[in-house]
Design a protein around this ligand. Sequence first.
Ligand code: ADP
Length: 155
Amino acid sequence: MEKIAIFPGSFDPITCGHKSIILRAIPLFDKIIVAIGKNALKSTYFDLDTRKKMIEATFADHKTVVIQSYTGLTIDFCKQVNAQFLLRGLRTSADFEFERSIGQINKQMNPDVETVFLLTQPEHTALNSSIVRDILRHKGNVDQFVPKEILPFLK
Ligand code: ADP
């Protein structure tokens, strides 16, 4: 059976932290669906289409990485796309506590889906999309924090 994982997030924008987790997961799965969660109540810095294009550009050379958007519960989306794995990155103990409760509840809701965690590379521990957005808002330089493939979208 094809091993399918989803990697959910808002990717507003994708960072080097996200990219690194996905690259390291490529050998583990036949297909990775980068799943952009749509939340009608939350406004984003980049619109959905731009976020999708930035991720596509980042993984243009990786055929097993595909991008989809979804609404509703992530665990329900797993079923819709036949994903048996939910991939998450862990940065800190705060991430762990947050992920532990979601992961355990998800397992109760759908025992067929396993949450798989990869520890972040030390250099990405402090990195998140919200910091990147703050730097962008203040016209700072984010080149070292985001995949080089998305730089054209930021000009
Ligand atoms: P978003 O800001 O895109 O909503 P999340 O914080 O929900 O992102 O992240 C989506 C996934 O990417 C989560 O599993 C999160 O742990 C992981 N992630 C985000 N930033 C990093 C990072 N710097 N290093 C490793 N994993 C990360």
